[in-house]
Design a protein around this ligand. Structure first.
Ligand code: SF4
Length: 151
């Protein structure tokens, strides 16, 4: 038989001993610690790199048609060929200095198409129409025996 005070003492401490025993023998269950790290930020629209705009080639403008070019550009007459029959008949040369001075006594220095009354080119033009050679241009520095002093 044990001592009554010892038994009472045993009864008094038994719940604590049992609880301690249970605590010591029970498997440790670790509760997950609350996460202290912040969740990853949502993808920021402002931080995202802007997509590089793809250059869009401008549509090529259509090439002017032959008719458009004809309608807007001034008509350019072909140059008179010195070897053309009418040109040879009048002794035309594209450079007055090359005129046959022996054959054409009317030739004189300084006489050239841009100083002729028949010349229809504007001042500064390198060539212009002449009514003696329809459909052709004569050189501003040209000459022919029909030269007439411009008034
Ligand atoms: S007529 Fe006058 S403009 Fe015509 S080719 Fe002769 S010189 Fe030149």
């Amino acid at each position: 038989m044990s001592h009554p005070s010892t038994r009472r003492r045993f009864i008094e401490i038994m719940p604590f001993v049992g609880a301690g025993f249970l605590a010591a023998c029970s498997p440790k269950v670790e509760t997950p610690a609350p996460s202290v790290s912040a969740p990853p930020p949502p993808p920021s629209v402002a931080a995202a790199p802007e997509p590089t705009p793809t250059p869009v080639a401008a549509p090529a403008s259509p090439a002017p048609t032959q008719e458009v070019a004809k309608s807007t550009a001034p008509a350019v007459l072909p140059m008179l060929d010195e070897k053309a029959a009418q040109a040879m008949a009048l002794g035309y040369v594209a450079d007055a200095a090359r005129a046959d001075k022996a054959k054409y006594a009317v030739w004189a220095a300084g006489r050239q198409c841009n100083g002729c009354a028949l010349y229809q080119g504007k001042a500064g033009d390198v060539a212009g129409p002449c009514p003696l050679f329809a459909g052709k241009q004569v050189a501003a520095k040209g000459w022919c025996m029909s030269w007439v002093k411009k008034a």
